[in-house]
Design a protein around this ligand. Structure first.
Ligand code: NDP
Length: 309
């Protein structure tokens, strides 16, 4: 019996049990902790894996993250022959574009400053900087980063992007690799992090990068909290090297009540809501991944386990 084990939200598990067998003929869906016979389970979908689960499933072929990233999965606990897949889902990408565009425009139009003015009952108009005179740089040119650049293009910003491997994108100055991060960052007024969290990218939003940005630059993090060194951000905000930050993700989540970020006038915080997965769309993406594996192919979101994304 070909079985998918769903771990996590029970309502999503019920929905998947109802819809997935129509999309993948012959598939049974079980909901953790109802394992049944472990040897039936070929696919697991989870945000985080129950400890020891993957190693105890002899016929496991795929672990799918219920999300666009896999950093929350402990890859070392998943046997090497098992495919690890992340969710690629258009609705999720659309949510990320909305958030990144909103955050960019907030920084572009100095909404953090005007929020402060309002609280102080201060009527203090400032001259608008044209979008064409503002340089927006996106770190990570994958499904999300490239869609964010597409979303920003109509406003007329000067756009650039940075990735691991070389990319060519119409209307975007592109840079790649650790060697080119300085060249990328020195011309970025608003920096958007849309990177996956890996050993190479952890802590990348830190003093060395902040020091390269033009003074007063804005930072938007929609990647993962682990990308940001919070103390370095607070120090850069204190000197004005960073002018404002919009953070959708933090470490840890939830952010502790005593964090200085909560009340910082130049920081906007949201609780990891830039986007979310729509259960029905996620079920379709999951079905496509399972069908790809059954055909002997590679699912769209399969990660390269050697680089961690
Ligand atoms: P992709 O895997 O499609 O793209 C990742 C991009 O990052 C690629 O362009 C890749 O380069 C680049 N990259 C990876 N490592 C490095 C590195 N060391 N140096 C430079 N560039 C690097 O991922 P997605 O676009 O789908 O998602 C990105 C991240 O967004 C997710 O991993 C997740 O952390 C975050 N996210 C956050 C959400 C939220 O609600 N806040 C929701 C969804 C996702 P290359 O192209 O050369 O491979």
């Amino acid at each position: 019996m070909t079985t998918l084990l769903h771990c996590g939200d029970a309502a999503r598990g019920d929905l998947w049990r109802a819809v997935l067998p129509d999309l993948v003929p012959g598939l049974t869906v079980r909901h953790w902790p109802d394992l049944g016979d472990p040897s039936d389970i070929e696919y697991v979908a989870a945000w985080t894996l129950p400890p020891g689960l993957a190693a105890g499933l002899p016929n496991l072929r795929m672990v799918a993250s219920i999300g666009a990233g896999v950093d929350q999965l402990e890859l070392a606990t998943i046997p090497p022959h098992v495919a690890v897949v992340r969710l690629i889902e258009p609705d999720l990408v659309r949510g990320m574009v909305e958030y990144a565009v909103m955050a960019t425009l907030m920084l572009q139009r100095d909404m953090l400053g005007y929020r402060d003015d309002q609280q102080a009952r201060r009527w203090s108009p400032r001259r608008r900087v044209a979008a064409a005179d503002r340089r927006v740089g996106v770190m990570g040119l994958g499904a999300i980063g490239t869609a964010v650049l597409d979303g920003l293009a109509p406003f007329g910003f000067a756009l650039s992007g940075w990735s691991r491997s070389a990319k060519t994108i119409d209307g975007v100055a592109t840079w790649h690799g650790a060697d080119q991060i300085t060249a990328f960052a020195r011309d970025v007024d608003i920096l958007i992090c849309a990177l996956p969290l890996t050993d190479e990218t952890r802590g990348i939003l830190a003093k060395p990068l902040f020091d390269v940005l033009p003074a007063g630059a804005g930072v938007i993090n929609v990647g993962r909290g682990g990308h940001l060194v919070q103390d370095d951000l607070l120090a850069a905000l204190a000197t004005g090297q960073i002018g404002g930050a919009i953070l959708d993700v933090t470490t840890p989540e939830p952010l502790p009540g005593d964090s200085a970020l909560w009340h910082h006038p130049a920081v906007v915080l949201t609780p990891h809501i830039a986007s979310d997965t729509v259960p029905a769309a996620a079920a379709r993406a999951m079905a496509e991944a399972i069908l790809a594996i059954q055909r002997g192919g590679v699912p769209a979101g399969q990660i390269d386990r050697t680089i961690g994304y």
